[in-house]
Design a protein around this ligand. Structure first.
Ligand SMILES: C/C(=C\CNc1ncnc2c1ncn2[C@@H]1O[C@H](COP(=O)(O)O)[C@@H](O)[C@H]1O)CO
Length: 269
């Protein structure tokens, strides 16, 4: 009689004996040969990469305290008054105890990161892979570069309590309208969106009133979702006020939940 245990192999949690013992080991199959590589360009593989971006982003940002995102042009250079505004708002936000999060690129992103880091605050850059070479700016103390815009956008919203929007082009407008749509549809609550550079934004704000509101494309109170100021202190006050309201609402919700739990408990006993 042959003992089937005479040939036995453990493959992780699996046991094989006798004829069923595979030829090589799992490690050998992993390491010995490469095999075809076309699966790297398939959507199921992309899904895993997308997951890994969420894992990296959540991992890095989940322990960051309260934060404000600052958006603005990638093209505006030092010396431009908007660059100075970017530095000042970065500095004031940091002094108010908030982390500053930007897109990690040049221009007004760099300005806000610079202001925050020079004020001793936490300065974060959430970069994006672009078709041309580009590194995170020099003024961040934490950074991650994403492949996918939509993953990066989730991080901006999930880990901040307000958006400050400086002058900019399509990228900035995209971020502004993404935020305002989330607020309008109630996907995020008590989340101020502050436009800085009133002269720059005036044309857009007028158009919102004259076309969108007049033609019934938005609700009468929707334009109020946008705060407009040139004053960094006012911007910080708006952020603080909204944050205080949010914390109060969370406390109230927790108190109500506690009461409900106590009531259920009393009913059970
Ligand atoms: C065009 C140049 C660099 C582009 N580099 C960027 N790096 C990081 N984030 C970017 C970049 N370009 C756009 N963004 C995002 O959009 C906003 C700015 O876009 P805009 O079209 O310039 O307004 C910004 O908030 C980023 O999140 C030249 O060096």
């Amino acid at each position: 009689m042959t003992d089937s245990r005479s040939e036995e192999r453990q493959a992780g949690p699996l046991t094989y004996r006798g004829k069923a013992v595979p030829k090589g080991t799992t490690d050998q199959r992993l390491l010995d040969r490469r095999g075809p590589s076309d699966w790297v360009h398939t959507d199921p593989w992309r899904v895993l990469r997308i997951q890994s971006e969420f894992v990296e982003g959540f991992g890095m940002l989940s322990e960051v305290g309260r934060a404000v995102c600052v958006f603005g042009s990638a093209r505006i250079k030092p010396g431009n008054p908007y660059y100075e505004l970017g530095e000042t708002i970065g500095e004031r936000i940091a002094q108010a105890g908030y982390t500053v999060i930007t897109g990690g690129g040049p221009g007004l992103m760099e300005a806000a990161n610079k202001g925050a880091s020079e004020a001793g605050g936490t300065s974060i850059g959430l970069g994006i892979e672009l078709p041309f070479e580009q590194a995170l700016n020099d003024h961040i103390n934490m950074g991650v570069t994403f492949r996918y815009f939509f993953v990066r956008k989730t991080m901006f919203v999930k880990y901040s309590q307000a958006f400050v929007v400086l002058p900019g082009g399509f990228g900035t407008l995209d971020e502004l309208f993404e935020a305002i749509t989330l607020v309008q549809t109630g996907k995020v609550t008590r989340f101020p969106v502050i436009l800085m550079g009133t002269e720059f934004w005036a044309g857009l704000v007028d158009w919102i009133h004259e076309r969108l509101l007049t033609e019934g494309l938005i609700s009468p109170h929707d334009p109020d979702l946008l705060h407009l100021t040139d004053d960094p202190d006012e911007a910080v006050e708006i952020i603080r006020g909204a944050h205080a309201q949010l914390e109060q609402a969370i406390e109230e919700e927790e108190a109500v939940a506690g009461l409900e739990e106590a009531l259920h408990e009393a009913e059970r006993t």
